[in-house]
Design a protein. Structure first.
Lengths: 330, 292
């Protein structure tokens, strides 16, 4: 399978009057055609910022892409014109937002909201064809056609998210950015929506970046995983490599450690100590060292390099010496 | 069986119908609506009620006839039937009022949308100009414009529109500023909408409710201003039966024949009250927070 989306050395920052927030710092990422990548990390790790940079939808007054490239099928999205970008949004790449309650316009009937995308990107379609397409999309996401004339407030949360998904899939995009698509839904609906997304994705052979902080969701839906911390990918690889095996980034270990284990009797959860560093004031060296149980002196001074073993990548000093030979020359 | 029957009867309520249901509960607003409808019907049917000839033709043998069976509202100093004049007056007063509001609503929406959506420098420039216009009282503004352009129906319409634009653009701007950061606007952008489409399809419809309310209240204001302008001779020139013009013509005979001024006065009063009542009723009916 070929690489469909490649992000190289991406730096994104937000500028406010009194500080500069470094949200994404040298992020490398790649997604193959039809693959699902899980992007996992704490709140504020830069997951949503990454997704917004791919669509170039950063708040234009504050956010900027400072460095790096985002290659979609060989085209650098950081360099194309705004007009080109508008053609790509919704057509080649589309996004599912976190909260279906707020990502639908409450003044427009849902059928019309799905029509909107088609009217923008499929100008050659006639009126009748657009309506037919809307009907097929609604069937696809399992909403009965009678509800087409409903306003968003007349639908339940799960149904709204289905409508949002229908909008995202209307033009059969090659890449789907799902920004915590199920966080706002309750657990039973979560499963339904995720199953549906997986089915549709396979049917349309769409690549997907699934942003979440639910490791269970990742295990069930993703082909590969990238763990994000303070604007960097600290570990990435196939699902099996992240969920199994013995060699992990201490942050990944911490993440898995904080999931309560049903088989053990414990009274307290075991979270990772400390807080994520302030992205406006990142520590030198590895951004995780202040919280890392295995921090060494070198961690405080020098940024670790990416260590690769097959598709498994770890960015930590712990593995630097042991696998010095295999170190990826970056 | 019974269940099936009731299921078939179930009809979906459209948005407009549910607004109407809430509006209906306000008795005063319904009264206002009926009143305005009567006035509008009279205005539309004016040519069938009286010939325009009859409205402006002078007949000095018929002067100052008191209201009665033959002339419902009496006749004025030139022997013209007052009922015909007042009915035709509704045509002028209401059509200019409604026209001016529609024009200023459209232009105001566009200006307000641009200012609210883009913000920053564009917003500052537009809003400072609006502030300057707002600093001048509406009537004075209209007088100035009419004085500069000259009297006449079209010119009055222009003057009224310009003096009402600031109100509408402010209403639209404030609503759009609150909505432009909403997630669904970003979502619409994420599937490739351009700014113009975003404003027209996603953002502007949200300001419809307050806009309608503002329009009905401003319309009352507009009718009043038009009549005042005509009264002081800056609106519609004399033979044309605008309410303010009728008042102005008859003011010299007010002492001896008070009905000459009270009748057009009442016409103005009723239409203004009707529009204000409708405006209040709509404000309550369109406010989602007052749904019960």
């Amino acid at each position: 399978m070929e690489e469909f989306l490649t992000i190289q050395d991406l730096h994104v920052s937000y500028h406010t009057a009194d500080e500069t927030v470094y949200a994404v710092n040298g992020l490398n990422l790649s997604v193959k055609k039809g693959e699902t990548l899980g992007l996992v990390g704490e709140t504020g790790a830069g997951k949503t910022t990454t997704a917004l940079s791919i669509l170039r939808l950063l708040p234009f007054k504050f956010g900027s892409i400072d460095k790096g490239s985002i290659l979609l099928d060989g085209m650098d999205l950081t360099k194309v014109s705004e007009k080109e970008m508008r053609k790509i949004r919704g057509d080649k790449i589309s996004m599912i937002f976190q909260d279906p309650m707020t990502s639908l316009n409450s003044t427009i009937k849902i059928g019309k909201q799905i029509e909107e995308v088609l009217k923008i990107h499929r100008k050659d379609l006639g009126k009748k064809e657009v309506i037919e397409r809307v009907d097929t999309l609604l069937k696809l996401v399992g909403i009965s056609l009678e509800r087409k004339e409903d306003y968003p407030h007349q639908l339940s949360g799960g149904m709204k998210q289905r409508v949002v998904i229908a909008i995202a899939l209307a033009c059969e995009p090659k890449l789907l950015l799902a920004d915590e698509p199920t966080t706002a839904l309750d657990v039973t609906i979560q499963a339904q929506v995720l199953n549906m997304m997986r089915e549709l994705k396979n049917k349309l052979n769409t690549a997907m970046i699934l942003i979440t902080h639910d490791l269970g969701v990742v295990a069930e839906n993703c082909d590969s995983v990238a763990i994000m911390y303070a604007g960097e990918i600290v570990e990435s690889g196939a699902v099996e490599e992240i969920f199994e095996g013995t060699e992990h980034h201490p942050y990944t270990v911490g993440l898995f450690g904080s999931i309560p284990d049903m088989s053990k009797k414990t009274r307290r959860l075991s979270p990772i100590n400390g807080m994520m560093p302030n992205p406006a004031d990142l520590p030198p060296g590895c951004p995780f060292w202040p919280r890392c149980p295995k921090a060494k002196d070198i961690c405080k001074q020098q940024k670790p390099n990416e260590v690769r073993q097959g598709s498994h990548m770890i960015k930590c000093h712990l593995y630097q010496d042991a696998k010095g030979g295999e170190e990826a020359g970056k | 069986m019974k269940e099936k029957a009731s299921k078939n009867k179930y009809k979906k309520r459209s948005q407009i119908y549910s607004v109407w249901l809430r509006f209906r509960r306000n008795k005063m607003a319904v009264a206002g609506l009926i009143l305005l409808c009567i006035l509008l019907i009279l205005a539309v049917c004016a040519p069938f009620i009286a010939d325009y000839e009859q409205v402006i033709k002078q007949d000095l043998t018929q002067r100052f006839i008191k209201p009665g069976a033959e002339h419902w509202f009496g006749t004025d100093a030139y022997g013209r039937d007052m009922f015909a004049r007042v009915v035709w007056g509704a045509r002028y007063s209401l059509s200019i009022g409604i026209g001016a509001i529609l024009i200023s609503l459209t232009i105001g929406s566009v200006i307000g949308s641009i200012a609210g959506f883009y913000g920053g420098k564009i917003d500052s420039v537009i809003m400072r100009i609006i502030d300057v216009i707002m600093a001048i009282p509406g009537t004075l503004m209209a007088i100035t414009i009419v004085a500069a352009l000259g009297a006449g129906t079209t010119k009055l319409l222009i003057a009224m529109s310009i003096s009402q634009i600031p109100t509408f653009s402010r209403v639209v701007r404030s609503i759009i500023m609150g909505i432009r950061e909403e997630e669904y606007v970003e979502a619409a952008r994420s599937y490739g909408s351009r700014d113009r489409r975003l404003i027209m399809k996603q953002i502007w419809p949200n300001s419809l409710g307050p806009l309608i309310v503002q329009a009905s209240l401003s319309m009352a204001q507009a009718v009043l201003t038009i009549s005042s302008l005509s009264f002081i001779g800056l609106g519609i020139p004399a033979p044309t039966p605008e309410w303010g013009t009728i008042l102005s013509e008859n003011k010299t005979n007010m002492r001896l024949y008070p009905y000459l001024c009270t009748i057009p006065g009442i016409a103005i009063l009723l239409s203004v009250i009707a529009m204000n009542l409708i405006g209040d009723g709509l404000r309550d009916a369109l406010d989602p927070k007052l749904k019960n």
